[in-house]
Design a protein around this ligand. Structure first.
Ligand SMILES: Nc1nc2c(ncn2[C@@H]2O[C@H](COP(=O)(O)OP(=O)(O)OP(=O)(O)O)[C@@H](O)[C@H]2O)c(=O)[nH]1
Length: 508
């Protein structure tokens, strides 16, 4: 998974959990409010009905209307009449309130029975008060008699039915509130589980990211190449162990530096311009791919040959550069050792053979000329014998250096073996070749050596004429060798060209 995808996933997860929590909080507040409301409502209604029933029984019963009614019938005291009337209206009021409550149908019917009985009593009371004040107590009592059996039974039923029913309702509300509380608890657990899952995935992802970082760190630090990571301004942000080893600075010191500080001051400006051009190009790309050769500058001021590849990459507005540099000191030395003679510093036998083959092919391909010299020191054995091998070694090195100095940049010199050298001069005609070889010979003869015997050289030349397609490398070499042989035969310290040997005047 890419870092970008990971980021998007985390943002989506965070937003989802946030939304769920907000939703959950709103729902929870709603639940609590509903619970409170239903609880309050249930409590108030239950209480009200109980109070109304108690009020009904009190105002209707034997401390209420009936009590005052009976007293009036027996004593005919107006006060009882008014008390009874007041109790009557209180009873009516209690009945009305109960009728308006949510009650089962059978309870409503019982309330109607009570109301009818109350009204019957009240009519008789008023009639007695207004029209029959002259009746004796016994007659009055007989007159006002109302059959209240049904009303009493209705009240008993109401009490027996209504209170347990209300209790039932109360318990149902409590049970439903308990249900709500359960769901609130469950809905609290739900986001909690999401948060736990979220935390778990974050910890898994973090572990993977840390593992990856550790892997990269290990790769980074165990690389045989120097890694230098910098921002687009060239400010070094991170390096590996090899970078500290090559440049001699600590990681902390490198982090204070710019990448240009690691090249020679003369090259800094051009290096900076190259970096700026490189960074301004969009996207990631690799420059050099390990082939761009530059020279690094170490803390001690030593110049190190480097092969560098540079990659740039962009992440949002951030641009970074990674330079991977390989110290070529050892590699260059190995390469040099594989192609050069250790004693004289010119090409070794194997390499000069390859060069000879290449140059012969090239000369044939382009129809150009080529001359080859075989140079052999004269009586070299004598030098070894009289002055020792060290003097002989020095003589060989001086001869090689002499050849190199006397030749053009694109000529090649190699040690063929012992005291013998091979020189390749592309595009040199026969006449020029002889002249050059003779000049080399003469100047070598003029050199002063710190020993008694004189050191000279004999040179055999062969020339590949332009557009001569048939001659092979071996033929050319053999011709030069034959010319050398003749030079030795004719007294040494001489130059002979193979082509001259064929002419009759030379043979004379
Ligand atoms: N000091 C030294 N001597 C070497 C080296 N390689 C070869 N020789 C010696 O070079 C001498 C070459 O001698 P020769 O090729 O026989 O002939 P020369 O003495 O040069 O005589 P001419 O070539 O006939 O003039 C030998 O004695 C080798 O031992 C070397 O690397 N160092």
């Amino acid at each position: 998974m890419t870092f970008r995808k990971l980021n998007i996933l985390l943002v989506v997860l965070t937003l989802s959990v946030g939304a769920i929590l907000v939703f959950h909080n709103v729902r929870q507040a709603e639940y609590v409010r509903e619970m409170n409301e239903s609880w309050n409502q249930a409590s108030v209604e239950t209480m009200q009905i109980a109070l109304d029933l108690a009020a009904l029984e009190r105002s209707f019963g034997y401390v209420g209307f009936i009590h005052h009614f009976k007293n009036y019938v027996l004593r005919r005291d107006e006060t009882y009449y008014f008390d009874a009337t007041e109790s009557y209206w209180q009873t009516v009021d209690a009945l009305r309130r109960l009728m308006m409550s949510e009650l089962p149908e059978r309870d409503r019917l019982d309330l109607l029975v009570v109301q009818r009985t109350l009204n019957a009593y009240f009519r008789k009371l008023n009639d007695l008060y207004l029209n029959r004040a002259d009746l004796s107590a016994v007659d009055a009592d007989r007159y006002v008699t109302v059959d209240d059996t049904k009303a009493r039974e209705a009240l008993v039923r109401l009490r027996a039915d209504l209170i347990p029913n209300l209790q039932n309702q109360y318990y149902q509300t409590a049970a439903s509130n308990q249900d709500n509380a359960f769901w609130i608890l469950l809905s609290s657990t739900y986001p909690l589980l999401i948060i736990l899952a979220f935390a778990f995935s974050i910890s898994v992802i973090s572990r993977k990211v840390l593992m990856r970082a550790k892997e990269i760190d290990t790769i980074f630090n165990s690389s045989p190449d120097a890694f230098i990571y910098s921002n687009s301004n060239g400010q070094i942000l991170r390096t590996n162990k090899m970078a500290t080893k090559i440049f001699g600075y600590s990681e902390e010191e490198l982090r204070e530096m710019r990448i240009e500080d690691l090249v020679d001051s003369a090259l800094r400006d051009s290096h900076r311009k190259l970096r700026e051009k490189f960074v301004s190009e969009k996207g990631s790309r690799v420059m050099g791919a390990g082939n761009s050769k530059i020279t690094g500058l170490t803390k001690t001021g030593r110049h190190v040959p480097l092969n560098v590849s540079i990659s740039s990459f962009g992440f949002g507005r951030h641009k970074g550069i990674i330079a991977i540099a390989r110290d070529m000191t050892t590699m260059n030395k190995l390469q040099l050792d594989s192609t050069h003679d250790a004693l004289t510093g010119v090409f070794n036998r194997r390499h000069i053979e390859v060069r000879l083959d290449d140059e012969v092919k090239r000369a044939k391909r382009y129809g150009r000329g080529l001359s080859v010299f075989i140079v052999d020191l004269d009586n070299f054995k004598g030098l070894n014998d009289s002055e020792g091998h060290r003097a002989g070694d020095r003589g060989l090195a001086v001869a090689a250096e002499h050849l190199r100095l006397q030749l053009r940049k694109h000529d090649h010199v190699g040690r063929w073996g012992g005291d013998e050298f091979l020189v390749i001069c592309p595009e040199i005609s026969q006449t020029d070749a002889t002249e050059i070889a003779d000049r080399i010979r003469r100047r070598f003869e003029d050199l002063h050596f710190p020993w008694h015997c004189k050191l000279t050289m004999s040179i055999g030349i062969a020339t590949l004429q332009p557009n001569s397609a048939t001659i092979t490398t071996q033929n050319l070499f053999d011709e030069a060798d034959q010319a050398l042989y003749v030079a030795k035969e004719r007294g040494r310290n001489r130059v002979e060209h193979f082509a001259e040997l064929q002419r009759p005047k030379r043979i004379k």
